[in-house]
Design a protein around this ligand. Structure first.
Ligand code: CAA
Length: 409
């Protein structure tokens, strides 16, 4: 057995807004969001959910899915770009809420949407090192993607958390050693200055930065694969999953990857190859993005959850190409191999149930929830849309003496 991910769980907030309703309210043709961006619904956080509660909810489910005791965790990393404090890490709140032991290394990590991959790779290195002493790592990605009412990024909002247990021995997901390709460049494509509640974004430029990073990583990944195992990327990889700020990005990304590997082909020929491979290699991973939107650090791993839900045990022995991108920018293209452990994992997945239990909110309720920062007024008004939710085990209850308060339901 090899080190890697031994369990993975997701938490999606219980409310959503339909893109059709948003398009109507903004006077935009529905097809721009449905077809142009590929998005159908976006997750909306109620006032009792935030980066911390979503992280804790996902983490507890991952711990249960792994069948381990909280005492077995020796490392806890949270990756987020929507932290709740400039100093105290989200990981500390989660550590306290879950009641994980004190002999644990606990920290937060940031590199926009790429941070989740960095955290997973750090955790894998840790379980391979002498420091882990038989313990496991808990890695969580958690974000509320809010661009602001009426902003260009508004239809690409979303929220959610994905949690992973990383072990030195697992039969579920391990990463092909020596193949990872990296890319970094100092750019301002998407950023959130201190004090600003919503990000600033140069939308079109951010797509260009993403595709440039992908082109570099594709070339290096192909070279690494040739060097390590003498294989061609397109023959070796069965499914491709991409960081998805919006669902249609999968099309742009896959075409860019194909064009990089086949520079002599025309745009039309690339589109043909895309259309031929879309149903088998790309589509099975898109459901989460269509229904939830961008969850920043967890976005590419929500694709993995969708793929597991769609393909299940047939993923055994399959290789998955994972392209992780974070604005600023940093990127990594890596290959995951799925083992027999998926049989047990797939049974415990509740992603579909979480999507089904959500309540649709109106554009008026959305405007009230996202129109201004959460205050005691929005907390009170939100009582009207409270739903009994079995997946929301931890809730945010307000701020007292500048300290965020949380409770277990
Ligand atoms: N029917 C069908 N399609 C339509 C349409 C209609 N009526 N109207 C427009 N479209 C299509 C357009 O042709 C376009 O498709 P292509 O890109 O394939 O040409 C698509 O809908 C979007 O239209 P626009 O480009 O006109 O959209 P926009 O100006 O509103 O900007 C956006 C789109 C740049 C993604 C914007 O929503 C945005 O800034 N989003 C936030 C930033 C972002 O997501 N960046 C992605 C890369 S950065 C990253 O990945 C990190 C991260 O998570 C943020």
């Amino acid at each position: 057995m090899k080190s890697g991910i031994s369990s993975i769980s997701i938490y999606i907030p219980p409310l959503y807004l339909s893109h059709d309703d948003l398009a109507d309210a903004r006077g935009i043709p529905k097809d721009k969001f449905r077809i142009g961006l590929g998005n159908i619904n976006m997750a909306i956080v109620p006032p009792w959910d935030d980066t911390v509660t979503m992280a804790a909810n996902a983490a507890e489910m991952a711990i249960e899915a792994a069948g381990i005791d909280k005492d077995e965790i020796g490392l806890l990393i949270v990756s987020t770009e929507t932290g709740v404090d400039q100093s105290k890490p989200v990981a500390s709140f989660v550590h306290g809420l879950l009641g994980i032991g004190h002999r644990t290394r606990v920290y937060e990590i940031k590199h926009a949407c790429y941070g989740g991959t960095v955290a997973i790779m750090n955790a894998i290195n840790w379980v391979k090192s002498q420091h882990h002493k038989g313990k496991k790592a808990l890695v969580i990605t958690s974000d509320v993607a809010k661009y602001g009412i009426n902003s260009l990024g508004e239809p690409t909002q979303g929220a959610g958390a994905v949690a992973f247990i990383i072990s030195d021995e697992t039969e579920f997901v391990h990463f092909l050693p020596g193949s990872n390709a990296f890319y970094s460049k100092d750019v301002h494509d998407f950023w959130r200055p201190n004090g600003s509640l919503t990000p600033m974004v140069d939308g079109k430029y951010s797509i260009d930065c993403y595709l440039e990073a992908l082109e570099f990583c594709t070339k290096d990944l192909q070279e690494n694969l040739t060097g390590e195992i003498g294989k061609k990327l397109l023959d070796f990889v069965d499914y491709f999953i991409y960081h998805l700020p919006f669902t249609r990005m999968a099309y742009k990304a896959h075409c860019k990857m194909l064009a990089t590997l086949n520079p002599s082909l025309s745009e039309e020929q690339i589109k043909e190859i895309y259309n031929d491979s879309y149903k088998e290699k790309i589509k099975p991973a898109l459901k989460g993005s269509e229904q939830v939107g961008n969850i920043y650090t967890g976005s590419v791993y929500m694709c993995l959850m969708s793929l597991i839900d769609e393909v299940g045990e047939n993923l055994i022995n399959k290789n998955i190409g994972i392209f992780s991108y974070g604005s600023g920018c940093g990127a990594e293209f890596l290959i995951a191999h799925i083992g027999r452990g998926i049989k047990q994992q797939a049974k415990q997945h509740n992603f579909k149930n979480q999507l089904m239990r959500r309540k649709k909110i109106t554009i008026e309720q959305y405007t009230e929830l996202y129109g201004e920062p959460v205050t005691s007024k929005t907390m009170m008004n939100s009582q009207a849309i409270t739903i009994d939710d079995e997946f929301s085990r931890y809730i945010f209850t307000g701020i007292k003496d500048h300290k965020r308060q949380y409770a277990k339901k």
